[in-house]
Design a protein around this ligand. Structure first.
Ligand SMILES: C[S@@+](CC[C@H](N)C(=O)[O-])C[C@H]1O[C@@H](n2cnc3c(N)ncnc32)[C@H](O)[C@@H]1O
Length: 281
């Protein structure tokens, strides 16, 4: 996969007209499975084809179970990554077990402390609400813990059942565990109230920032900036056209082994531009 990704960087180096990058975002999937050497191999290829001297933010999406002390310190000291987006989901064991997350509540707390000790100043955590069995008070308590840990940025999502996932399969057998819209709606209101009371600005439906600690990369999407998306399922936009990569990992690798770009594109009409402007502005 890494070879294919590096080939795609080379083959698509001219997609963006401006080669000076503001941000880089490692999302997924779970990029925190990549070793420090693998991450730096990607940075090495990017340096050959893009100007990285003006980078404002380099984010790695990470799962708590991947974030041990040594890995976090090496991320901080040996790579360009200066921001972590940590998939905490909940600080409550029952919720993590229900969601079949690989990490436990202790790891959720520990990785945040380790990230601070390693010198990360920019990070965000993902939290999920509307989880069956999680009371409003338990949700509020998740938010209180995030606040007490000094989180300056939160991304909060209502639990959805994604087709084909183990959770969706389990819930289809036990409908009493179906996430209820009423719970999600009530807990979303609790979230917005809590945010207001604790000086978090809701700058996007799911994103809350204090002291203007906005996510620069994601904000660029919402402002219509151009971006190059690399890897299976990645989307790209260069101001006049959109492109999206094939989702299947094997086909993605095969295609790039044959030096063929695994993507489809669409050129945007004036009407498309107008509609997207309305959607994001
Ligand atoms: C792109 S995903 C990150 C992928 C991440 N490695 C993972 O294991 O979920 C970003 C965030 O989406 C949220 N998410 C993932 N699955 C979800 C679901 N079924 N319902 C709601 N939010 C979900 C989680 O908060 C996750 O951290």
């Amino acid at each position: 996969m890494l070879d294919a990704l590096c080939s795609e960087i080379r083959l698509r180096a001219n997609y963006l007209t401006d080669k000076t990058l503001d941000t880089i975002y490692f999302g997924g999937g779970t990029p925190s499975l990549l070793s420090i050497e693998e991450l730096n191999r990607i940075f090495g290829i990017l340096e050959l084809h893009f100007d990285l001297s003006q980078l404002k933010e380099v984010t790695l999406e990470a799962n708590p179970d991947d974030l041990n002390r040594d890995y976090i310190q090496r991320l901080r000291n040996e790579t360009r990554i200066d921001r972590l987006s940590i998939g905490i989901q909940s600080f409550r064991e029952e919720d993590l077990i229900f969601m079949k997350r690989a990490h436990n509540a202790a790891e959720a707390l520990d990785c945040i402390k380790l990230a601070k000790e390693a010198g990360f100043r920019k990070f965000t955590i993902d939290l999920i609400y509307g989880t069956p069995g999680m009371s409003d008070e338990a949700w509020l308590n998740n938010l209180r813990i995030a606040n007490e840990l000094g989180m300056e940025h939160l991304s909060c999502y209502a639990l959805t059942l994604e087709t084909g996932t183990p959770l969706a399969k389990e819930v289809s057998k036990r409908p009493e565990f179906t996430p209820l819209e009423a719970d999600a709606e009530r807990q979303f209101r609790i979230l917005m109230e809590f945010a207001e009371q604790h000086d978090y600005e809701q700058y996007e439906i799911s994103n809350f920032a204090r002291n203007e600690q906005y996510a620069i990369h994601n904000s660029a999407y919402w402002k219509g900036a151009s971006y190059l998306g690399l890897g299976p399922s990645a989307h790209s936009f260069n101001g006049s056209s959109r492109a999206w990569n094939i989702a299947n990992n094997q086909q993605y690798i095969k295609s790039l082994n044959e030096s063929t770009l695994p993507l489809e594109t669409e050129n945007l009409t004036l009407k498309d531009h107008y509609n997207e402007w309305i959607l994001t502005d």
